[in-house]
Ligand binder design. Structure first.
Ligand code: ATP
Ligand code: MG
Ligand code: FE
Length: 338
């Protein structure tokens, strides 16, 4: 089974060709980071226009590199939410046109379902039930999966997403955009105990997250130092911020693992690339007898391979979308809005 995946929910235009859910024949990613960098974040209007320019060449390159023609494709999987509406529409329109012209199934994929499925590319053998911590630019979700394709949201962020906090803190520190990888790198040479920062565990037993207090504490720390003309050790601050973020993410994930009794914990989303998070989660999970899996670095951030993988399992279930499929900017995980 050959699935063509298309992803345009944010600022990456991506297309991938995936065979039988595991053999990645191509995964082309045109990133707009260089364009949005000067604004310190993604500008939705600019993103849509760039997707429009990129979608055709990216699709052609994905087919070319995979050594397949359109006639070899069995189904087209596309992200239809959540994301920026104008950005999503470009991928959805392209996918619908191709599915119609080729008379093959159209598969609507939730972007977060895609992030989670990035784990199944290398590990199709993982046994359910599974727990996944989805940490990205827009989400910090703890998701329980009793079976394949079933998603129960156990916890979510009440304010900023983890990746958003990384990006905002990095911007305040003058590091650049996107901030996550920059903080991750800088943190390696800093002392995580150097700056005292708050950890928001919320009510006893809560699996929700909150990162805005932590973000504000970092901003206050920087402002105070600027006012007093004190020099800030940026590596120490990066390490301390990362440690505070990661500790809360990991402790809540361990709590959820205990509550659900899973034996495997997955990481997904851009922040799953974080070295500190991977390391601490592995250490804590080992203590309770759980294994931790995460996608390779380049499959953590947005890409179409993960969309094709989620699409492959939907294809096997016969879970197809009608050609009236529309972009759904606030699509909830586990609810189809065809
Ligand atoms: P969503 O998936 O919620 O719609 P998104 O698609 O914009 O949001 P992703 O592409 O999954 O988000 O992830 C991007 C985020 O991951 C950014 O906030 C970025 O800073 C963060 N990130 C990437 N690498 C790292 C890292 N090594 N450490 C921490 N954060 C990282
Ligand atoms: Mg992006
Ligand atoms: Fe994403």
């Amino acid at each position: 089974i050959i699935i063509l995946g298309i992803e345009t929910s944010c600022d990456e235009t991506s297309a991938a060709v995936l065979e039988d859910g595991v053999t990645l024949r191509s995964n082309i990613i045109a990133s707009q980071v260089a364009i949005h960098q000067k604004f310190g974040g993604v500008v939705p209007e600019v993103a849509s226009r760039k997707h429009l320019e990129n979608v055709h060449p990216v699709l052609m390159e994905a087919l070319d590199q995979a050594g397949v023609t359109l006639q070899d494709i069995d189904g087209i999987a596309v992200t239809y939410g959540p994301g920026l509406v104008g950005a999503l529409l470009v991928g959805v329109a392209a996918a619908k046109a191709m599915a119609y012209a080729l008379d093959i199934p159209l598969i609507g994929v939730n972007h977060l379902e895609g992030h989670i499925a990035a784990n199944f590319l290398a590990r199709p053998d993982l046994e359910f039930p599974l727990l996944c911590l989805v940490v990205s630019g827009g989400h910090s979700d703890l998701v329980y999966m009793p079976h394949r394709g079933t998603y129960q949201l156990l916890g979510r962020t009440r304010d900023d997403a983890a990746g958003e906090a990384f990006d905002k803190v990095a911007r305040a520190m003058g590091l650049g955009y996107p901030g996550g990888p920059l903080i991750d790198r800088l943190a390696q040479s800093g002392n995580p105990q150097a700056v005292k920062l708050p950890r928001a565990f919320l009510e006893e037993g809560s699996l929700d997250f909150s990162f805005s207090g932590l973000k504000s504490a970092v901003l206050n720390y920087l402002n105070r130092a600027a006012m007093l003309k004190e020099e800030v050790n940026m590596a120490d601050l990066a390490a301390s911020f990362q440690q505070a973020t990661v500790e809360v993410l990991v402790e809540k994930t361990i709590l959820a693992a205990g509550q659900t009794g899973v034996k495997t914990i997955m990481l997904a989303g851009g922040v799953a690339a974080n070295g500190g998070l991977r390391h601490l989660l592995q250490t804590r999970a080992a203590e309770i007898g759980c294994q931790v899996v995460f996608p390779p670095l380049r499959l953590c951030t947005d890409n179409a391979a993960m969309i094709a993988c989620a699409g492959y399992y939907k294809y096997l279930r016969g879970d197809f979308a009608p050609l009236t499929l529309n972009a759904v900017p606030a699509l909830p995980l586990g609810e189809e809005k065809y």
